[in-house]
Design a protein around this ligand. Structure first.
Ligand code: MSK
Length: 655
């Protein structure tokens, strides 16, 4: 039953092809690979070679590893290590962006330049860098140098800590979790969690929070800013999503991974008339550039380049037989791609000095020769076009609107004249919008692809909760048509009124995984705007990763908790074996930061807890109950129509 695997009709049809042709995919491997029940619950310790030690038995908290480590210590160490790995991934991405900005500003990377001077000045402002009377290159050198210093600094505070609400900064200082330097906190986590160092679960978990802040208010936030300076701050763009964006008669080149450095160059090179002529000389009508995962999000939100789908679509794209080359950089790239591509003509091209895959062609990216490398990659795809065999592209795609940066949200709420978050705050205060939900994160073949994202998004918007999205979650909803103004059909009356007045969909695409930091900035702007408390933990808002699978998700969830948010993850808990750690990251962290992290496998329960939280926060702010009936009395959502029956509604509305 392919519907049990995915709610995406394009994936369902590709899975039928895979099944008929005996092709292995993540969807089939997940059935044969039963998860290790011990590791799955965080009950396995492998930080030394006396073990691995397994914490199993009737009374797990009485158990010990060979060194004497308790289950809670082991679960906390495993969790902290995952947070460190996730923070390292985003932060290394941010470092590369800053290095490229520095090279561009010095004239050493001629394919890149400062594209968004307004953003450059804003970032210089955050960093205390003078802009008056200086060229954009001079400012960019200082901005990039300051950004890079955040990685290696040993003492003090990360620069962007000062961007958080004042009360939050003071709390972090009081708790002793302000990061000193990105690399320092990540290295210290690995040290603390190696054999025989930090044994206190609570102490380990506090450092995990400090480490996660190097991501959210450090590497990832810097990455977003450096990307905007180099390639432009996103504004809403229309595009298309799903495997139906692949074309029978054009060279299909798919960019996949996370970083925009190479994909931006490929996007520029793909429209070069000489390159297009080259494609035509091979019998193709042109070059069709599309993306997968977060590289897709990067070029989608800046150029409107279509997305072929999210994490679990990567193998499906190859099974269409229509992908002439898939170019990958780092993160979320399945090792199975090369073996799968061998069944077709598809070339898998690795490009990062940090990531090779056996069986893939490697064309190493170098920002100093970015454009010539981009053209070489496109030519490789063009040369491969005549080798295509049978293709099976599903006729499935949806329109979408993407690219809502926090700058654009401020602009759309008040225009150039009085851009601010006032209108959003007022809508929440009045109760037209009940609150906000960030629904983000991956796909995981252990759950039905996209089902959690879809269920929760529909429930929230129906209940007048504005939804913001990033990463594969955004693509999941886009594939169901929820990232369009037409999705207002499913929104509650209060949310619909606001979205119609402002001219936005009820579900906003904010970008890639590193752009979760745009959500932090929005939350901070809402706090600073006034009327909704003094800190992020006062806001009627929740963060959810229903189908998470990566260490990066744990890092993101933890920095949102440290910032004061209630975060719910779907699926299994990686600390399930330890009731003590489960309590420390929920109740314990809530007492310290006002935010908490819970793992809840049932989507209905995630929704119920989220709405209870939003209501609790509204009450604490004395906002009064949510009363959508006050607004748009004649408006009824599509779900409500289906529930109550069209005839009954017509009778009711004619009264
Ligand atoms: S790509 S980390 S599967 S969201 Fe950002 Fe998607 Fe998760 Fe990778």
């Amino acid at each position: 039953m392919t519907s049990r695997k995915s709610i995406d009709p394009a994936v369902q049809s590709m899975l039928e092809v895979a099944s008929a042709e005996g092709i292995s995919t993540a969807f089939s491997r997940v059935d044969s690979m039963k998860p290790c029940p011990i590791g799955r619950q965080g009950a396995c310790c492998s930080v030394c070679y006396m073990g691995p030690c397994r914490m199993v038995g009737k009374n797990p908290d009485e158990l010990r590893g060979i060194c004497g480590a308790r289950p809670a210590t082991i679960a906390a160490r495993n969790f902290a290590r995952a947070v460190a790995a996730g923070s390292a991934a985003h932060s290394d991405h941010g470092r590369d962006m800053a290095l490229t900005l520095l090279a561009a500003a010095k004239g050493e990377a001629p394919s890149y330049q400062v594209k968004d001077v307004k953003k450059l000045h804003a970032v210089a402002g955050y960093m205390g860098i003078k802009v008056e009377g200086r060229s954009k290159e001079e400012i960019a050198v200082d901005v990039a140098t300051k950004a890079l210093s955040n990685f290696g600094q040993q003492n003090g505070e990360l620069t962007y800590i000062a961007r958080a609400p004042k009360k939050r900064q003071e709390l972090w200082r009081k708790l002793g979790i302000v990061p000193r330097g990105v690399d320092r906190e990540i290295v210290e986590t690995l040290n603390r969690t190696s054999v025989g160092v930090d044994q206190d679960p609570e102490h380990i978990l506090m450092h995990a929070m400090r480490t996660s802040l190097t991501d959210g208010w450090g590497g990832a936030m810097l990455s977003t800013d450096m990307g905007d300076i180099l390639f432009g701050t996103p504004n809403p763009v229309r595009s298309k999503v799903n495997l139906g964006v692949l074309k029978e008669d054009e060279v299909n080149l798919v960019v996949h991974g996370h970083e925009p450095l190479l994909s931006e160059m490929i996007a520029a090179a793909a429209s070069d008339p000489e390159v297009i002529e080259c494609a035509k000389s091979k019998g193709a009508k042109g070059i069709n550039l599309t993306g997968i995962c977060c590289t897709a999000n990067e070029v989608l939100m800046r150029h409107g380049i279509p997305s072929a789908g999210n994490f679990l679509n990567q193998e499906m794209a190859i099974i269409t037989g229509a992908v002439d080359a898939m170019v990958v950089d780092v993160q979320c790239i399945m090792g199975a791609l090369t073996e799968l591509a061998n069944r077709y003509h598809t070339k898998i091209i690795t490009t990062s000095a940090k990531a090779k895959i056996p069986g893939a062609m490697h064309i190493q990216f170098d920002e100093h020769q970015a454009m010539s490398i981009a053209k070489l990659i496109i030519r490789t795809a063009i040369d491969n076009y005549p080798n295509r065999g049978k293709t099976q592209i599903p006729d499935e795609y949806k329109n979408l609107v993407a690219g809502f940066s926090h700058e654009y949200i401020s602009y759309m709420l008040g225009g150039v004249y009085r851009g601010s978050f006032r209108a959003l705050n007022d809508a929440i205060i009045e109760g037209r919008i009940k609150g906000a939900a960030g629904i983000v994160g991956c796909n995981n073949p252990r759950s039905t692809q996209d089902a959690g994202h879809d269920y929760l998004t529909r429930k929230f918007i129906e209940n007048d909760v504005l939804v913001v999205q990033t990463g594969c979650g955004a693509i999941a909803n886009a594939k169901q048509g929820l990232l369009t103004p037409e999705a207002l059909e499913y929104a509650g009356p209060g949310l619909r009124e606001i979205c119609e007045a402002v001219g936005i969909p009820p579900v906003l695409h904010l970008g890639s995984c590193v752009d979760n930091t745009r959500i932090l900035t929005i939350l901070t702007n809402v706090v600073n705007e006034g009327g909704l408390g003094e800190d992020i933990d006062d806001l009627p808002a929740v963060g959810i990763a229903p189908e998470w699978m990566s260490e990066k998700a744990l890092a993101i969830g933890t920095y949102f908790v440290a910032s004061g948010a209630y975060v719910l993850f779907g699926g299994d808990s990686p600390v399930d074996n330890s009731p003590e750690v489960t309590e420390l990251i929920s109740k314990g962290w809530e007492e310290k930061t006002g935010g908490k992290l819970e793992f809840v496998s049932d989507y209905e329960e995630i929704f119920r807890r989220s709405m209870d939280h939003i209501e609790k926060k509204r009450k604490a702010l004395k906002l009064g109950s949510w009363a959508p009936g006050k607004y748009s009395r004649t408006f009824v959502t599509a779900q409500e129509r289906a529930r109550r029956g069209a005839a009954a509604l017509e009778a009711e509305q004619s009264e």
